[in-house]
Every structure is written in structure tokens, then in C-alpha cells.
Write a protein that binds this ligand. Sequence first.
Ligand code: 5CA
Length: 156
Amino acid sequence: MSKSLKRVTRALLDAGLEPDIREMADSTRTAAEAAAAVGCELDQIVKSIIFAGTESGTIHLFLTAGGNQVDPAKATQAAGEPLRRADAAEIRAKTGFAIGGVAPLGHLTPAPAYFDPRLSDFIEIWAAAGTPRHVFAISPAKLLHLTGAQPTDFTS
Ligand code: 5CA
């Protein structure tokens, strides 16, 4: 098992959950691919989008419904500091995950997190489990609780 997948499994176990992690035959690198692999609505896929403070370098995590886009101005407002998109190397260094497999939890460095309210329209949502072929199912309320994310309107 990859270290990234192990970290996500551990984070879910530590939270007292029974991890429902699925290895898919096909790529789940993008939200569209993940939705097709799971057979769910696009908005049931949790994208873990990483921004960084332009001055502070602090990582901010935007848990975004698959069909929604992060609005940079609204994201800056939510974070309380000017933001830029994080690059691939920075994402890997701070989260421990490669793009396409960034999970919403189990990060090397815990980050302030924001939760797209659209995700709460579903009983079950699916997020990357640390690799571009693993996803896990969770309820929006549990994910909100585990990530300590703030429900905020940050999408366009
Ligand atoms: N496994 C899927 C569904 S859970 C997944 O990880 N989707 S994702 O949306 O969270 O991850 C892909 C996101 O990574 C893209 O939406 C984009 O915001 C970001 N991304 C893709 N390429 C780059 C890049 N070169 N630099 C920075 N961010 C990137």
C-alpha cells in the first residue's frame, strides 16, 4: 500500500470510522473521471483544491464539489489573505499527496479548510484517498467534522 493511501486510511481509522476506500480499475485523477468510476453525480466528488497565501505561503484547502470552480476573489475573502494557486511541488511538499490524489485529510501539514455547501446536498460524497486510483465515501457532515472545514461560499 502506498504511503499516501496509508496516511488516509490511518486518518479515517483514528477518527473512529471504518474506511470505505475503493481501488478503481480506471483513473480517478480528475473529478469527471472519479464520478464516472464511482457512478455518481459530478458534484458528489470532493475536489481538494490547494491555494497558498501570496505573502505567508500558508496552504489553504478548498473542498469543492466536482462541478464547481473556486472563485479566487471569494477564496481570498474566506482565507483572509491574498491567495494564489499552489504549484505541484508545493502541493506535494505540504500535503504529501501528488495532484490527482490529494485527499481532504491526512495531510503532512494540516491546513485551514473551507467547505463548499453544495457538498451537503448529498447523503454520501467521494474524495481522493491519496492516489489517482483510490477514492473513499463519507458523509458530508463527517468530512466537515474531520477536516474542521468552514462551510463558506467560495465558488463561482
Ligand atoms: N482525484 C480527483 C477527484 S477526488 C482529484 O484529485 N481532483 S482534484 O480536482 O482535487 O485535483 C485536480 C486539481 O488539481 C485540479 O482541479 C487543479 O485545481 C489542480 N491541478 C492540476 N494540475 C495542476 C498543476 N500543474 N498545478 C497546480 N494545480 C494543479
